[in-house]
Design a protein around this ligand. Structure first.
Ligand SMILES: Nc1ncnc2c1ncn2[C@@H]1O[C@H](COP(=O)(O)OP(=O)(O)OP(=O)(O)O)[C@@H](O)[C@H]1O
Ligand SMILES: [Mg+2]
Length: 447
């Protein structure tokens, strides 16, 4: 594997976001690897869009760092972030047709002139200037260090006039931004230089060629001249996607792009997104609150809850090994009941003494939550771990969802066989289908 692929393209370090007094993101740490399809999954208000807005550069973090390929991008304007965003409402231009919507981003794009056509002295000049910009930035940051030290000394003095104190406080609060802006300054200057001496605008013929390729890629041939309001939801979605990928970003942010589509189109678009992502090989950060969509599409799922990352892992890890009851319930239909540990291999569960296995160690007498997924329980006519009564049965298209009453518990089971309500049946499962979880402690709502 290319070692570059293992490096994070985006890293959030201790990111906090506040609006007024409300803390929306509480110390987020997150690494996103190149070319992964990463999904932020969580209930409404958990902070998913806020994370996208910070990465896209539409919003600033209150604290913490956002690194893009290892570089703090706090001060990098959105257009220089090599990121493209698809918003939930697509944000297409209604007065432009399909083709012109896609062209829009390309108009600003410039392409590099062939190296041979540029005088060597231009590259020499660029090298010299790069050194100078770097030197200037380092000098400026040193100066900031010096002021910071002095101000910190001042703060230690007892009697400072209130005005001065406020001034110092404000300076210190903003100092992160001052540093970040000097860090990216050499890059900005370099971009200016490249734009002026090393690139040119795209010609109309080139633009037509690129646009027609992208239109083919997203399957919109024949619709080039259509106006946006004549398109279906799925087609609009394709235009939005085409418009974002035509500028070849290394990262694409997608905020619930499929939520407005009906079930069938939505499924088609899911396949289509996956296909395109693999084909063009760019990193996707996708937001949804639909768990099935997340399980189907993602290489990595980030489960968000109240401004925190509750769990991070592959769909299989999250589904099979949720870290607590909340994640287990959020990610799928589950049976979760309390159990009590006896020793490292036995526990009391559903009033029975049963064997268990867990990769975690639990102390004797500890109360834990035990998860068993409905598809992991078998219904038998005789011989099972427990005996219960069918209380309801609903056909779900490819299986029956059956509710079984056992003592005070209602247990959900997916079965391919039909049973009668009132029938007595036996339930059986494999020891590895029991997943033991720590019970949640009292959660503090602050950071
Ligand atoms: N500009 C703002 N000013 C104040 N509060 C805001 C602002 N933007 C978002 N919030 C609050 O931040 C919290 C997180 O919002 P965010 O939009 O990130 O949630 P979300 O996970 O995307 O939810 P949804 O699934 O509903 O889109 C919410 O409580 C929201 O009210
Ligand atoms: Mg949102």
């Amino acid at each position: 594997m290319d070692p570059d692929l293992k490096k994070p393209i985006i890293e959030l370090k201790n990111v906090v976001k506040k609006y007024d007094d409300k803390t929306i993101l509480k110390n987020i740490n997150l690494k996103i690897r190149k070319n992964d399809f990463v999904t932020l999954l969580g209930p409404s208000g958990s902070g998913k869009t806020t994370i996208l807005r910070l990465i896209g550069g539409f919003e600033w973090a209150t604290r913490g760092e956002i690194l893009f390929n290892g570089l703090d991008i706090k001060d990098l304007p959105p257009h220089m972030r090599d990121v493209s965003t698809i918003f939930q409402d697509y944000a297409l231009f209604p007065h432009l047709n399909v083709e012109n919507n896609i062209k829009y981003g390309l108009k600003l794009k410039r392409i590099f002139l062939p190296k041979e056509s540029i005088k060597p002295s231009v590259f020499e000049k660029q090298k010299q200037l790069q050194k100078k910009w770097q030197k200037d930035a380092v000098a400026a940051m040193k100066k900031l260090d010096k002021i910071q030290l002095e101000y910190e000394k001042d703060l230690k003095k007892k009697k400072l006039p209130k005005k001065k104190l406020q001034k110092i406080q404000k300076w210190l609060d903003d100092s992160d931004f001052k540093y970040a802006s000097w860090e990216v300054w050499p890059l900005l200057m370099n971009e200016k230089f490249e734009k002026k001496y090393l690139t040119r605008r795209i010609t109309n013929e080139e633009m037509d060629k690129i646009v027609s390729e992208v239109i083919k890629l997203v399957g919109l041939e024949g619709h080039e001249k259509k106006s946006i309001d004549k398109l279906s939801g799925g087609q609009k979605q394709r235009v939005a996607l085409a418009r974002s990928i035509v500028i070849e970003p290394s990262l694409l942010l997608l905020d619930e792009p499929l939520s407005a589509l009906d079930a069938k189109i939505r499924e088609q678009m899911q396949h289509f997104l996956l296909d395109i992502q693999k084909k063009i090989g760019i990193t996707f950060i996708f937001v949804t609150h639909d768990r099935e969509e997340a399980l189907r599409l993602s290489d990595v799922i980030v489960v968000m809850r109240e401004g925190k990352i509750e769990q991070y892992g592959s769909p299989k890890e999250i589904y099979d090994y949720p870290i607590n009851k909340w994640v287990a319930n959020f990610i799928g239909d589950s049976n979760i009941f309390e159990g009590q540990i006896i020793n490292e291999s036995k526990m009391i569960f559903l009033n029975k003494k049963l064997k268990y296995w867990s990769k975690y160690k639990f102390e004797p007498n500890k109360i834990v939550d035990v998860l068993i997924r409905p598809e992991d329980i078998q219904i038998k006519r005789s011989d099972g771990i427990i005996r219960g009564k069918v209380i309801s049965i609903v056909y779900k298209g490819s299986y029956y969802m059956i509710e079984v009453k056992y003592k005070d518990h209602i247990i959900l089971i997916e079965s391919s066989n039909e049973f009668e309500v009132g029938e007595t049946i036996y339930l059986d499962w494999n020891i590895t289908s029991m997943h033991l979880m720590e019970q949640e402690q009292f959660k503090e709502n602050n950071e």
